[in-house]
Design a protein around this ligand. Structure first.
Ligand SMILES: [Cu+2]
Length: 125
């Protein structure tokens, strides 16, 4: 006979697992090129971000700004036709400095997630 206490623990665990399953269903950043927090020697011509879920192209954006907050991307960002988890945007020529990539995406499960990261272009070539 299962006690009420054990049953309660089982229900709580199930709820936790279901909750975690839903949370993982959202689109979060998986990896990026340039990599999150990295320093690159050569200025990249584009930023590519891979997410954990397929994206809705019409509601998924990627912006890149310099330290003054000026846009340095040649938007709009595009979701890759062959890979719906990949969002990319091309860049203007970047001077050495730190750049912030801001993303806001709608995954196919209709949840919006957003975040940002930086990368740095170093002086040395
Ligand atoms: Cu979701």
């Amino acid at each position: 006979m299962v006690s009420v206490r054990e049953l309660g623990a089982a229900v709580a665990l199930t709820a936790l697992l279901l909750g975690a399953g839903v949370a993982w269903g959202h689109a979060f950043l998986e990896r990026a090129d340039p990599r999150v927090g990295s320093t690159v020697k050569a200025a990249p011509s584009q930023v590519r971000v891979w997410f954990t879920e397929a994206l809705e192209p019409a509601f998924s954006t990627l912006e890149v700004v310099n330290q003054s907050g000026d846009r340095v991307d040649r938007g709009p960002a595009r979701v890759d036709a062959a890979s719906p988890v990949l969002l990319q945007v091309s860049l203007k020529p970047l001077a050495p400095g730190t750049y912030r990539v801001k993303w806001r995406v709608l995954s196919v499960d209709t949840h919006v997630t957003e975040g940002d990261f930086t990368f740095r272009v170093s002086e040395g070539r």
